[in-house]
Design a protein around this ligand. Structure first.
Ligand code: HEM
Ligand code: HEM
Length: 216
């Protein structure tokens, strides 16, 4: 255990620093967008696309923050280390949970899994819609409805040949699968937050809302 990354994964005795506003705002914005598009908006509707575009912007900011943001928000503060994650869960089960400078190693694996699903969902969403803005798509749909446009299998996509339709359908299947996986992982993530809060004897949710990380 020599590198800074491995030391970060091993854990720290110091209480962590507060989460900065960008981490907090992006967290709740991403959570709200995922829940909204997963359960509330009509799939593929203009509202769905606007929420999707908003989440892309917020997610991109968080990824840039992972390189240029404060220490605890940086990727190297929570490296994906399956071995450290297993050790952390072992410690948790033995009642020896400890503090980390950023996300704990098990939480870090979950964060990367959530981000991977979000990347897949947004990339397939953009693919299905040819990267066109929600405004352009709304105009295209109005044109289709008025009969001023050739009728397409997927009116989001300009490509109408068989091969393009096939790839659009595949992207749609991957989009659905990744979105469902994202919702399942988010549920497990919330369960993990409660378990970890109990084990550490401090409320992990409060710092994600208010920034402060005081003990209960
Ligand atoms: C917050 C992230 C998102 C979530 C959780 C999400 C979730 C979903 C779900 C559950 C469906 C229904 C899939 C089905 O039953 O076939 C769907 C459909 C769709 N989504 Fe998303 N989505 C997200 C972001 C996006 C983005 C960024 C775009 C495009 C820019 C997009 C475009 C579409 C389209 C066009 C459909 C219709 C697919 C079809 O008709 O087969 N979504 N989305
Ligand atoms: C769809 C819903 C959700 C998604 C996609 C999601 C995703 C994430 C992600 C990506 C992070 C890492 C934040 C970062 O470093 O920028 C995170 C952290 C966190 N989330 Fe969520 N989240 C969701 C819902 C929730 C809910 C409902 C709660 C509270 C009950 C919650 C509590 C937390 C906490 C406390 C952390 C920080 C954990 C720590 O101290 O290491 N999340 N979440």
């Amino acid at each position: 255990m020599d590198t800074a990354d491995e030391k970060a994964a091993e854990g720290a005795v110091q209480p962590p620093n507060p989460w900065d506003p960008l981490v907090r705002i992006s967290h709740w914005a991403i959570a709200a967008a995922v829940i909204t598009n997963g359960f509330i908006t009509k799939p593929g509707s203009t509202a769905h696309l606007w929420v999707g575009w908003a989440v892309i912007g917020v997610f991109a900011s968080r990824l840039i923050w992972g390189v240029v943001g404060p220490a605890e928000a940086r990727f190297n503060a929570f490296p994906p280390s399956p071995a450290a994650a297993v050790r952390h869960i072992g410690n948790l089960l033995r009642g020896g949970a400890r503090e980390y400078p950023s996300h704990n190693p098990a939480g870090a694996i979950m964060v990367y899994a959530l981000w991977a699903c979000l990347t897949l969902v947004t990339a397939t969403g953009l693919f299905m819609t040819d990267g066109k803005s929600p405004t352009t798509i709304a105009e295209d749909r109005a044109a289709v409805a008025a009969g001023n446009w050739p009728v397409l299998v997927n009116p989001c996509s300009e490509s109408n040949d068989g091969e393009s339709q096939f790839y659009t359908r595949v992207a749609g299947e991957v989009h659905e699968l990744a979105a469902n996986l994202l919702l399942v992982l988010a549920t497990v993530h919330v369960g993990g937050v409660f378990v970890e809060s109990r084990a550490l004897g401090r409320n992990l949710i409060r710092p994600m809302i208010a920034g402060k990380r005081r003990r209960n």
